[in-house]
Design a protein around this ligand. Structure first.
Ligand code: NDP
Ligand code: 5RP
Length: 466
């Protein structure tokens, strides 16, 4: 066999699906995995695609199997495994050979590796889970443009297709691709949390059964909420546990896992001074969900939170509208954070292109993204909420969001992401806020000074200053 066009390290869920996708699109790929028996099993199960897959037992075998200049994709867990693979491969590679970290990495690590990993390096965010990786993910590239151009033909071949446009875009230098992927995941967290909160209202507040809840989500997926996450939520609610015959959701422990991308986004938002409260609420909700013992003790001490909503239950239409408003807010906060990072890091991140690259293949793909791309193309710096199309939508849906949040809170049903979305909305439409009190307090205890509203003078003090 001729030398392979590209290499891939890490044949787990994502790496094996990506390798099959690459081979399926007619490209030859050499693969290496830490546990070699997994490589052997992978090739055996690849069927006819195996003719374009070269298994490698050692790093040296992998490098020898590749055409020069080489390009090797890493699909291993973030952090030390990525550095270890770079350290193992670099001495075997030539100065032009490219390493591409396609896992979820902290963009600060990617920026560091772009300069100190000993050779050409790209960090690309890949979204779409196993199915996306196998048949067409959304790809957010970062690093030197020339390195991206070297592999873009393969990445565009394997990416999702949105009406003839491949969902694979170069975002900018260094960690730009992984930054955009992290914010994508932050939006994913917030959207998932809002859907879970709505499920809680349907289940605990309105006493609906799982099949009925599945039908509600399935119906919503035919309307403005149409999105991958609503679609799969209907399927999750409808699923049956093979062992007990009960609805699957009754046997899944209510403690959410997380691998770190949502947390990275929340931490980075603090560095940037970007307000992403719905995403932060979703990260906090996952943290609290994992504290099952604490929640059980709390229920014993204070009584169960959720109560039936009775006649105060919102209509299904109100819930749909509330979720739609919330979803717009998740994206609006995420795009605003991307915009802030673009300025801070000098990236010129292409906001309309980011909305376009998310239209297919990725976990947050949604019918709304096309309109978001249009709104961001009109004015990338304007918050999405203020784009006329979305302002009209939120103006119409905000009363439903308020009704739902009030009804949920009255019934003791925690809706932290929906409530934070509403609070964010109320905050950004309040020209005269309450931070005058904070400035007064800061000046009182620390002589920090304040700005006078009437004259614009800064460095002013209250009567406590002598
Ligand atoms: N699952 C998903 O939906 C998505 C995951 N990602 C990202 O893709 C990357 C891979 O995730 P995923 O495929 O789900 O993970 P898996 O756990 O399914 O697979 C992990 C892979 O990495 C290898 N690996 C683990 N630790 C090391 C190490 N220290 N050194 C070398 N190889 C190692 C494993 O090899 P071995 O067989 O020997 O254990 C395996 O091939 C992660 O960065 C993840 O965040 C990105 C988008 C979506
Ligand atoms: O990147 C992804 C989806 O876009 C991965 O599935 C990621 O693992 C999701 O994050 P978490 O594990 O924290 O829920």
């Amino acid at each position: 066999m001729a030398k392979a066009e590209i290499g891939l390290v890490g044949l787990g869920t994502m790496g094996s699906a990506l390798a099959l996708n690459i081979a399926d699109k007619g490209h030859s790929v050499a693969v290496w995995n830490r546990t070699h028996s997994h490589t052997e099993a992978f090739v055996q199960e690849a069927g006819p695609l195996a003719e374009r897959i070269v298994p490698a037992e050692t790093h040296a075998d992998l490098v020898a199997a590749l055409a020069e200049p080489r390009a090797i994709i890493l699909m291993v867990p973030a952090g030390a495994p990525v550095d270890e693979q770079i350290a193992a491969l670099r001495p075997l590679l030539g100065p032009d050979d490219l390493i591409i970290d396609a896992g979820n990495a902290n963009f600060r690590d990617t920026s560091r590796r772009a300069t100190d990993s000993g050779g050409p390096f790209l960090g690309i965010g890949v979204s779409g889970g196993e199915e996306g990786a196998r048949h067409g993910p959304s790809i957010m590239g970062g690093g030197e443009r020339a390195y991206w151009d070297r592999v873009a033909h393969i990445l565009k071949d394997i990416a999702a297709d949105y009406e003839g446009t491949p969902c694979a875009t170069w975002m900018g230098e260094k960690g730009a691709g992984h930054f955009v992927k992290a914010v994508h995941n932050g939006i994913e967290y917030a959207d998932m949390q809002m859907i879970a909160e709505t499920y809680g209202i349907l289940r605990d507040g309105m006493g609906m059964g799982y099949d009925a809840i599945a039908d509600v989500f399935a119906k919503w997926n035919d309307g403005p909420l149409a999105s991958y996450l609503i679609e799969i939520s209907a399927k999750v609610a409808a699923a049956t546990d093979a062992r007990t015959g009960e609805p699957l959701l009754t046997v899944i422990a209510d403690s959410a896992g997380q691998k770190g991308t949502g947390r990275w986004t929340a931490v980075e938002a603090q560095h940037l001074g970007a307000a992403i409260p719905a995403i932060e609420a979703a990260v906090a909700a996952r943290n609290l969900s994992a504290k099952a013992d604490m929640r059980a003790t709390g229920e014993e001490l204070f009584g169960a939170g959720p109560q039936p909503m009775g006649p105060n239950a919102p209509s299904l239409d109100s819930l749909e509208q509330a979720l739609m408003a919330g979803k717009i807010m998740c994206y609006a906060q995420g795009f605003a954070m991307i915009n802030a990072a673009s300025d801070e890091f000098g990236w010129a991140l292409p906001l309309p292109e980011i909305a376009r690259v998310w239209r297919a293949g990725c976990i947050i793909r949604s019918a709304m993204l096309n309109d978001m791309a249009d709104a961001l193309a009109e004015d990338p710096a304007r918050n999405l909420l203020f784009a006329p199309f979305f302002a009209d939508k939120v103006r119409a849906a905000a009363p439903a969001l308020r009704e739902v949040v009030i009804a949920a809170q009255a019934a003791g049903i925690a809706v932290p992401a929906l409530a934070s979305g509403l609070a964010w909305f109320d905050t950004v439409r309040t020209a005269r806020g309450t931070a005058d009190m904070i400035q007064g307090q800061r000046d009182f205890f620390g002589l920090h000074g304040f700005v006078r509203r009437d004259t614009g003078e800064s460095g002013q003090h209250g009567p406590w200053a002598s």
